[in-house]
Design a protein around this ligand. Structure first.
Ligand SMILES: [Zn+2]
Length: 387
C-alpha cells in the first residue's frame, strides 16, 4: 500500500496548515513540512481537511435513488406514509440492491465513510432488506451498520419480534424501536423487549421517537432509566426525539442532564417542519448529537441528496444557527458526534486514527457547512477514492 502525503491542507481543529502523512491505512503524522519522498504527494494547499463524514440515520433499503422519478403521493400523516410505503414497495422493487449501491456510491463521493441505516423488518419483507443492504455495501468503500428496524410496529405486528431477534443472531449491528407509545401503544413492554435484545446480543439500540409533548418526554425518561439500569451507556441513541424540541427550557435541561449521565445520544435529521432537538443545549450538557438524512428519495418523501455537509446545513438552519461557532456544531454532529453514537474507534484527525478523510475548498467549518462545495478528495482507509 503506497503512503500518501496530503500537503498544505488545514486539518479541522488546528490553527495552522499541516501536512498529513498516511501509512498503512492510518494517519501516521500531522505536521508542517513532512519529508516523505516515497509517498504519493497530493497538493491540497489551503483546503479544509475533515474526518470522513458520518451518516448516522438513514433508510438505505427504502431508497428509489438512481431509478426513474417516482411521483410522490403519500398522504401527509405518519399512518399515511407507512401505508404508502407498504402498498407500493413491491411494485417498485424495494429493496433494490442496484439502487442502494447507487446511493452508497453517491454518498462516498460526498465524503461519507460510515453509515448507520435502519432496515425494515416485518413478516412481509422478512430479512430481505438486511440482505439487500449487505449485498449492496459489499463492494463499496463505505462502512455500513444496520439497525433491525420495526417500521410497522413490534407488539402490534405479530411475528416482528422473532424476526428482529433473528436479524441480531444474523449479525445485524443494532436493534431499533419505534414510538413505543404512539405506534405500539405499550411503552413498557416495547422498551423491555428492545432493551432486552440489545442487552442479550450486546448490540447498539437506536429508537425512532416521533411521539411529541409530555408523552414523548415521558418515553425519553423511560429510555434514560433503562439505559442507566442496564449499563448500556454509549450504546443507546434516540432518533428524532421531537418531544425534546417542544419542552420548556427547564425540562429540556433535566432530560439533557439525564442523557449525558446515562450515555444516551440523540440523532436528528432536521427535516420538514418537525421539531429539532436543542443541539446547543444538549452539547453544552455533554450529550452526543449525531445527524443523518432519514429517508433519501423514497416512498416517504422525495427529498435528500446523500451529502452530509448539505444535511448539516439543514440542521444548522433549522436550529437558527448564524454564528460560526454554532454552525460548527452541525458539522460536529455530521462527524465526531456520529462517530461517537455509532461507537467508531480510531476516528478523527490524529496520528493513529484511520485515514478516512475529506478535503474541500472551504476556509473553515462554517463555510464548509453553508457552502458545502464539491469535495476535492475523499480517502477511505488510506486509499484515495475520489480526487
Ligand atoms: Zn428514520
Amino acid at each position: 500500500m503506497t503512503d500518501v502525503l496530503l500537503r498544505g491542507g488545514r486539518p479541522w481543529g488546528l490553527d495552522a496548515p499541516a501536512d498529513i502523512l498516511v501509512r498503512d491505512g492510518r494517519i501516521d503524522r500531522v505536521a508542517p513540512g513532512i519529508d516523505a519522498p516515497a509517498a504519493q504527494a497530493v497538493d491540497v494547499t489551503g483546503q479544509l481537511v475533515l474526518p470522513g463524514l458520518v451518516e448516522a440515520h438513514c433508510h438505505l433499503d427504502k431508497t428509489l435513488y438512481g431509478g426513474r422519478w417516482v411521483p410522490h403521493s403519500a398522504d401527509d400523516t405518519l399512518a399515511g406514509r407507512i401505508g404508502n410505503d407498504l402498498a407500493r414497495r413491491s411494485e417498485l422493487g424495494v429493496p433494490s440492491v442496484e439502487r442502494i449501491s447507487a446511493l452508497l456510491w453517491r454518498m462516498s463521493g460526498f465524503g461519507t465513510t460510515h453509515v448507520r441505516t435502519h432496515t425494515d423488518i416485518d413478516p412481509l419483507v422478512g430479512l430481505r432488506g438486511v440482505e439487500a443492504v449487505r449485498e449492496a455495501a459489499a463492494g463499496i468503500p463505505v462502512e455500513v451498520r444496520q439497525v433491525a428496524f420495526p417500521q410497522h410496529g413490534v407488539l402490534t405486528n405479530p411475528g416482528t419480534a422473532e424476526l428482529l431477534e433473528e436479524a441480531l443472531k444474523n449479525g445485524v449491528e443494532a436493534i431499533g424501536g419505534l414510538d413505543p407509545a404512539g405506534i405500539d401503544r405499550d411503552p413498557v413492554r416495547h422498551l423491555d423487549l428492545v432493551f432486552g435484545l440489545a442487552e442479550r446480543y450486546g448490540t447498539h439500540l437506536d429508537i425512532h421517537l416521533h411521539d411529541g409533548g409530555s408523552l414523548g418526554a415521558w418515553e425519553l425518561e423511560l429510555i434514560t432509566e433503562r439505559t442507566r439500569a442496564l449499563g448500556l451507556g454509549g450504546r443507546v441513541t434516540v432518533s428524532h426525539a421531537y418531544a425534546l424540541g417542544q419542552l420548556d427550557d427547564a425540562y429540556q435541561g433535566r432530560l439533557a442532564q439525564g442523557f449525558a449521565e446515562a450515555g444516551v445520544a440523540v440523532a436528528t435529521a432536521a427535516v420538514y417542519s418537525f421539531p429539532v432537538p436543542p443541539i446547543k443545549k444538549l452539547r453544552a450538557a455533554g450529550v452526543t448529537v449525531a445527524c443523518g438524512h432519514d429517508g433519501i428519495r423514497d416512498l416517504w418523501g422525495p427529498y435528500g441528496s446523500g451529502d452530509m455537509l448539505e444535511r448539516a446545513m439543514h440542521v444548522a438552519y433549522r436550529s437558527t444557527f448564524r454564528g460560526d461557532d454554532d454552525i460548527e456544531l452541525a458539522l460536529e454532529a455530521a462527524t465526531y458526534g456520529g462517530a461517537r453514537a455509532l461507537g467508531l474507534e480510531a476516528y478523527g484527525l490524529a496520528p493513529g486514527d484511520r485515514a478516512d478523510l475529506v478535503v474541500l475548498p472551504a476556509g473553515g467549518p462554517a463555510e464548509a457547512v453553508v457552502v458545502h462545495p464539491a469535495r476535492t478528495l475523499v480517502m477511505k482507509d488510506g486509499v484515495v477514492l475520489h480526487n
